[in-house]
Ligand binder design. Structure first.
Ligand SMILES: CCCCCCC/C=C/C(=O)SCCNC(=O)CCNC(=O)[C@H](O)C(C)(C)COP(=O)(O)OP(=O)(O)OC[C@H]1O[C@@H](n2cnc3c(N)ncnc32)[C@H](O)[C@@H]1OP(=O)(O)O
Length: 286
């Protein structure tokens, strides 16, 4: 039996309004905004590089989505280490400027691209290891949780978590479900309701991350784990991943339009817009 988790869901992704441009690029790719380095036929390192904080706007999400497609098209590639070249930040989540004083059409496109990204990453049959070099916030945290394993730098100042509620945002159900699958229901409830932010040791205790290493060992340790995982029989690993994730994945794949409408309605709300304006100002004031 041939199992291809991604291609099983891919037609559904394509059914969504968001387009997934088909564009072939050589496997080792360097753009201004990310870098893919092949370490062997079996795995690659994918480095985000959009200073200052790898915030995710529409164009960046589209670029990253194309790259995830490209990984999927390579049958020899078993795994990807996802990390960042930006000093002290893995990702600060969605670019808040996309949400503030936004046009509904653009906001819709942004959210569809966010959905695409999560569906591709969470639904991938490949091994994804998140090498968390710095802050992992909001959608950045959802991305890390969607990987198969998380290794974080040992730095008490580094933050991980989802503070959406402080902005007046109710995290979408697929984010909640991803977090529940990672740290359990009770901790997710506390984490989201009270906008909890954790340092690496707190996150490790919770199971939000799997390991802590010193920053000079982040990549070497991630490669060590990847090499071990690449030895696991591929089909069985893929089938196990699918069986663990298909229910959660299907909940968004079959409910994309509702999720888009909820996001647009809540983001366009004047109170939320007011909060976003104040939040942006506070970030700029620092
Ligand atoms: C899946 C999540 C739940 C779903 C919710 C629904 C949709 C929303 C999803 C989101 O992801 S909203 C984004 C929320 N993100 C945050 O709240 C993170 C905010 N950023 C920070 O806390 C800090 O910037 C940092 C990441 C801890 C880094 O701190 P540092 O001191 O190193 O840098 P700063 O001086 O704070 O920032 C530099 C520069 O970058 C701008 N910026 C920071 N984050 C964002 C962002 N998310 N979008 C756009 N711009 C951002 C910040 O304003 C600074 O700008 P300048 O002053 O240099 O112009």
């Amino acid at each position: 039996m041939s199992i291809n988790f991604y291609s099983k869901f891919f037609p559904l992704i394509k059914k969504g309004v968001a387009s997934v441009p088909f564009q072939l690029r050589p496997l080792s790719t360097r753009t201004d905004l990310f870098n893919v380095e092949n370490k062997s036929e079996e795995y690659a390192i994918f480095r985000l590089n959009k200073p200052p904080v790898n915030s995710l706007n529409l164009e960046y999400l589209n670029l990253l989505n194309n790259q995830l497609d490209e990984f999927e098209r390579n049958p020899k590639l078993k795994g990807i280490i996802l990390t960042s070249d930006v000093k002290s930040t893995f990702s600060a989540g969605v670019d808040i400027l996309e949400m503030y004083k936004c046009e509904p059409k653009r906001l819709e496109a942004v959210w569809r691209a966010v959905q695409d990204f999560w569906i591709k990453l969470y639904g991938s049959k490949k091994i994804y290891i998140a090498a968390l070099n710095g802050h992992v916030l909001a959608l950045g945290c959802a991305i890390a949780m969607s990987c198969d394993y998380r290794i974080m730098v040992d730095n008490d100042k580094t933050k991980i978590g989802i503070t959406a509620v402080l902005l007046g945002i109710n995290a979408p159900s697929w984010v909640k479900n991803t977090m529940i699958n990672t740290i359990g229901f009770r901790e997710t409830e506390k984490s989201l309701k009270f906008a909890k932010i954790y340092n690496p040791h707190q996150a490790l205790k919770l199971g939000l991350i799997d390991e802590i290493v010193s920053s000079d060992k982040l990549l070497s340790r991630s490669e060590e784990v990847m090499k071990t995982w690449c030895k696991i029989p591929t089909l069985a690993r893929e089938m196990t991943k699918e069986s663990m994730r298909s229910e959660t994945l299907g909940k968004l794949v079959n409910n994309r339009e509702v999720d888009v409408q909820e996001f647009i309605t809540s983001t366009m709300d004047p109170h939320l817009q007011d909060n976003l304006g104040k939040y942006l100002a506070s970030l700029k004031k620092k």
